[in-house]
Write a protein that binds this ligand. Structure first.
Ligand code: CUA
Length: 373
C-alpha cells in the first residue's frame, strides 16, 4: 500500500469514525444552500420578466399586504428555513459533543506544537516529529499543548481539528478506520513558516503498530521516566502515598475533585497538574501549607508531560506502574509513620516507650496542619 499522503484532492479521504457524519452534515448544508440559491436566482429572473414594465401599463395597484394569503406565505417562508437551520444546529451540535468527548479507554498520545513542528510522544516511550503513528480501529486521544503560540492540529481525513494552546491542554480524538497515510496541517496562523508546519499520520494495522512501537526509542515508558523525574526533583519527599506527607497524596488523585483552601474546588486534570508544578501558590489544597516551591525553569515541557503521565498512572488500576510504591526514605515518615523503629531501639531513649510516644506525637502534631484530608 502506498504510504504517502495523497497530494491535492477536491474532497479529503474519509478515514475516521467522524468522517461520514461530518460529510453528511456538510452535504446537507451544501444541498440546502444550493437549492435556495437556485430558487432565489430563478425567482428574481422569473418575476423580473413577468412583472416588467410594459408600454401603457401605468402605475400598478398596491398589493393588499394584510391579506390572509400574504400572512400564510410569510409564515411559510420563515418557518421552513427556521426548521432547516435548526436541523443544521442540532446535527452539528451532536457531532461536536461527540468529537469533544474522548471515550474512556482511548489510547492517549501527547502532542506538543512548537514553531514550526509537531512533537509527538507515545506513552510507551516512542517519540516522533511531524509524524504520528496510530493503530487502525482504535480510539485515539491526543492531549495537546504548545511551547510558544497558538497552533491547531488538523487532520482533514479524520474531519477533526482543535487549537493547541500554550500553558493549557486541549484534546481531540478520533478512531481511524482506514490504513494509510494522511496529512497533518497546522490550522492556525503561527508565523512565517506556518504553512510548513505539516506532518503525516500513519494509520497502521494493530500488528504493524505493535511492531512500530517495539522498535521505539529504547527508553522507558513516559510514566517510568516521569517517575524518575519525580524522584530527581524531590517531589517524592513530600507527596507520600499514605497521605502523611507535607503535601497531598497523589495516588488515585488524578481525575478527582480537589477541595481548595479558599473553599472552591477544581478537577485534578492535566492543566491543574501543570499549574501546580509551575505555580504552586495558585491553588492550595485545603488543609495544606503554602510550602511547595515552583519548578518553573527546572522542567522541560516534555518532562512536564512525563510527570503528568506518571501522576496519572498512580492508582490507575490499568496504570503501568500503579503497584509500585513511592520511596519510603522520607525522613518524616521514618520518624513518625509506620516505619518508626520500636522505642527500645531508638538511640538515647532511656525511658523507652512511655516518653518516646509523646515526643513522636509532637512531631506528628507539627505536621498535622500539613496533612488533613
Ligand atoms: Cu503552527 Cu500554524
Amino acid at each position: 500500500m502506498n504510504m504517502e499522503p495523497k497530494s491535492f484532492q477536491l474532497f479529503p479521504e474519509s478515514a475516521s469514525n467522524f468522517a461520514p457524519s461530518v460529510d453528511g452534515l456538510y452535504l446537507y448544508m451544501v444541498l440546502i444552500s444550493a437549492f435556495f440559491s437556485l430558487l432565489v436566482a430563478f425567482l428574481i429572473i422569473f418575476f423580473a420578466v413577468k412583472y416588467r414594465n410594459r408600454p401603457g401599463a401605468g402605475v400598478p395597484k398596491p398589493i393588499n399586504d394584510h391579506s390572509i394569503g400574504g400572512m400564510i406565505l410569510e409564515i411559510t417562508w420563515s418557518v421552513i428555513p427556521l426548521g432547516l437551520s435548526l436541523v443544521m444546529f442540532a446535527w452539528g451540535a451532536s457531532i461536536m459533543f461527540k468529537e469533544s468527548r474522548p471515550p474512556k479507554d482511548s489510547l492517549n498520545i501527547y502532542v506538543t506544537g512548537k514553531r514550526w513542528m509537531w512533537k509527538i510522544q507515545h506513552l510507551e516511550g516512542a517519540r516522533e516529529i511531524n509524524e504520528l503513528h496510530v493503530p487502525v480501529n482504535r480510539d485515539v486521544r491526543l492531549t495537546m499543548t504548545s511551547e510558544d503560540v497558538i497552533h491547531d492540529f488538523y487532520v482533514p481525513a479524520f474531519r477533526t481539528k482543535a487549537d493547541v494552546l500554550p500553558g493549557r491542554f486541549t484534546t481531540e480524538w478520533f478512531r481511524p478506520t482506514r490504513i494509510g497515510a494522511y496529512h497533518i496541517f497546522c490550522a492556525e496562523y503561527c508565523g512565517t513558516k506556518h504553512s510548513g508546519m505539516i506532518g503525516t499520520v500513519y494509520v497502521l494495522s494493530a500488528e504493524d503498530y505493535d511492531k512500530w512501537l517495539a522498535q521505539g526509542s529504547g527508553e522507558g515508558s513516559m510514566a517510568e521516566e516521569g517517575e524518575s523525574l519525580f524522584r530527581q526533583l524531590g517531589c517524592a519527599n513530600c507527596h507520600i502515598k499514605d497521605g502523611h506527607g507535607r503535601a497531598p497524596n497523589l495516588y488515585g488523585a488524578f481525575g478527582m475533585k480537589v477541595d481548595l483552601a479558599d473553599g472552591s474546588s477544581v478537577r485534578f486534570d492535566e492543566s491543574y497538574t501543570r499549574e501546580s508544578i509551575l505555580y504552586p501558590q495558585a491553588k492550595i489544597v485545603a488543609g495544606y501549607d503554602r510550602i511547595m516551591p515552583t519548578f518553573k525553569g527546572l522542567i522541560s515541557d516534555e518532562g512536564m508531560l512525563k510527570l503528568i503521565e506518571y501522576i496519572k498512572s498512580l492508582g490507575d488500576p490499568n496504570g503501568v506502574i500503579s503497584e509500585r510504591n513511592l520511596p519510603l526514605e522520607s525522613p518524616d515518615l521514618q520518624k513518625t509513620g509506620p516505619m518508626m523503629p520500636p522505642a527500645s531501639e531508638m538511640p538515647k531513649a532511656p525511658a523507652a516507650a512511655g516518653k518516646a510516644a509523646p515526643a513522636a506525637g509532637t512531631a506528628t502534631g507539627n505536621q498535622a496542619t500539613g496533612r488533613q484530608q
